[in-house]
Design a protein. Structure first.
Length: 50
């Protein structure tokens, strides 16, 4: 098995691109979770007021 010895460190630009992509994915996931939580809270509040 031949090892790949051509691995190079990421450039600052590549690191920044990766970080932006990662954070965008995290934000999207949290926004989805936030919407679910808002719906749950609204249902609880409506049941409480009945």
């Amino acid at each position: 098995m031949q090892e790949n010895n051509n691995i190079r460190p990421l450039t600052a630009e590549e690191k920044a691109e990766w970080l932006v992509n990662f954070l965008e994915q995290q934000i999207e996931m949290y926004q989805e979770e936030l919407e679910v939580a808002k719906v749950k809270l609204k249902k609880i509040q409506e049941a409480k007021n009945e």
